[in-house]
Design a protein around this ligand. Structure first.
Ligand SMILES: Cc1ncc(COP(=O)(O)O)c(C=O)c1O
Length: 405
């Protein structure tokens, strides 16, 4: 079969694939513990449900403008004012099918084949593939000091005449790292000096711990007119636990939004009107759910860190936000894909291999589930890996006997 060069270069989404495997195992009644998930378990906000059902009951479900309804844009404008202290116009805003599509159309709008896009590693799994979809070249940057906090020199060392854009994600998936204000300020200035686009993927920006706050990039920008190359991306997926609604957005200069809208118009047209209506409810409605989710996640993070710190040979890094803990398991296996598969096969715990995020030897463990799942999940992993654990483990009625250590 003849498949395009780009088509052949794109890998399957490992995280989505593992989630599908988990769903199949669960459906078979397997006692699975899902520490791989990328979505909070809280209920859809009531204002989203009311908005959605109100429109559905009207029986008038139609196309919307490609870049989102006026009401959706107003909600995004309000959001940008509240969380970024920045007043933007409707022409500065596009609503898409998730932050994923906003990032994709932004990249399609700015990249030519062979352009390079820099982003710190570990990174969200889709960045390299999205860049490749544009015929461009992903340039993951591993901080030289071995931390998850890149420095300006790490970026500068990878900058070439082909560099077109930088993507930053803070708090970061998979590490939970919040990049310092100084670093963001430096990157903003560097992008302005070199004429680079800066995509800020802020979708976890309200899920931060220990009173930390991610930087507001507008604060450091000097170019804020029509020549601005800043693209701020956000979404209802994580903060409102509305992953299934598929609504995200981008804020950028008018020309870029126009081009992004032209591209989106031929891909999917406007995002579904019911989903936009629900997103408007979430963004403009009662916000206490976000804070209660944040508190739950902070507590879950603490429990997970506590358990991992008592696990010889595992080196977790305390996340500043998100709902992931990225932990070094290389003492047990340097090959994270093999280790993740082993844990799923032997003790039915789903984890995400670090290699998918650009760093082997690590596993990404999600804190989205219950405390019970976190505790039992880590206990099962420990049992499977630690030679000092007892030889047998009960999962419900099922007795497991360890014959591999
Ligand atoms: C860093 C990051 N950006 C973007 C997305 C996509 O978000 P959405 O569900 O809004 O498409 C995700 C989802 O996991 C993510 O982790």
């Amino acid at each position: 079969m003849s498949i395009s060069i780009i088509g052949r270069s794109i890998g399957e989404s490992a995280t989505l694939l593992l989630n599908e495997t988990a769903a199949i195992l669960k459906a078979k009644g397997e006692p699975l513990i899902h520490l791989g998930g990328g979505e909070p378990k809280s209920r859809t906000p009531i204002d989203a449900i009311i908005n959605f059902t109100g429109l559905l009951n009207s029986g008038e479900i139609r196309y919307t403008p490609v870049d989102g309804t006026i009401e959706m844009k107003q909600a995004i404008i309000r959001y940008t004012e509240e969380y970024y202290d920045r007043k933007v116009a409707p022409e500065n805003v596009i609503a898409s099918n998730g932050a994923k599509q906003s990032i994709m159309v932004a990249l399609q709008a700015i990249l030519d084949p062979q352009d390079e896009v820099i982003f710190p590693a570990p990174y969200w799994v889709s960045y390299p593939e999205m860049v490749k979809l544009c015929g461009a070249i992903p340039v993951p940057v591993h901080p030289e000091d071995g931390t998850f906090y890149p420095r300006m020199q790490d970026i500068e060392m990878n900058f070439t005449s082909y560099t077109k854009a930088i993507i930053l994600n803070s708090p970061n998936n998979p590490t939970g790292a919040i990049y310092s204000d100084e670093f963001i300020a430096d990157v903003v200035r560097f992008c302005e000096k070199e004429g680079l686009y800066l995509i800020m993927d802020d979708i976890y920006h309200r899920l931060c711990f220990d009173r930390k706050k991610p930087a507001n990039c507008y604060k450091y920008a000097k170019v804020l007119d029509e020549n601005s190359k800043l693209i701020i991306v956000n979404s209802v997926s994580k903060q409102y636990a509305m992953t299934g609604f598929r609504i995200g957005w981008a804020v950028a200069c008018k020309k870029l939004i126009e081009v992004m809208s032209n591209i989106q118009g031929h891909q999917t047209a406007g995002p579904p009107v019911l989903m936009q209506k629900a997103a408007i409810g979430a963004i403009t409605g009662v916000q206490s759910g976000v804070e209660s989710l944040r508190l739950t996640l902070e507590n879950n993070r603490n429990v997970m860190m506590d358990r991992l710190n008592g696990f010889d040979g595992v080196r977790p890094t305390k996340p500043d936000g998100t709902f992931y803990v990225f932990a070094d398991f290389s003492t047990y296996d340097k090959n994270s894909t093999r280790l993740s598969k082993f844990l799923l096969d032997k003790v039915r715990v789903l984890t995400m291999p670090g290699i998918e995020f650009g760093l082997d030897g690590y596993l990404r463990l999600s804190t989205c589930g219950s405390i019970k799942d976190i505790i039992e999940g880590i206990e099962r992993i420990k049992w499977a890996l630690d030679p000092n654990s007892p030889n047998e483990l009960y999962i419900g009625e099922r007795k497991l006997v360890r014959d591999w250590l």
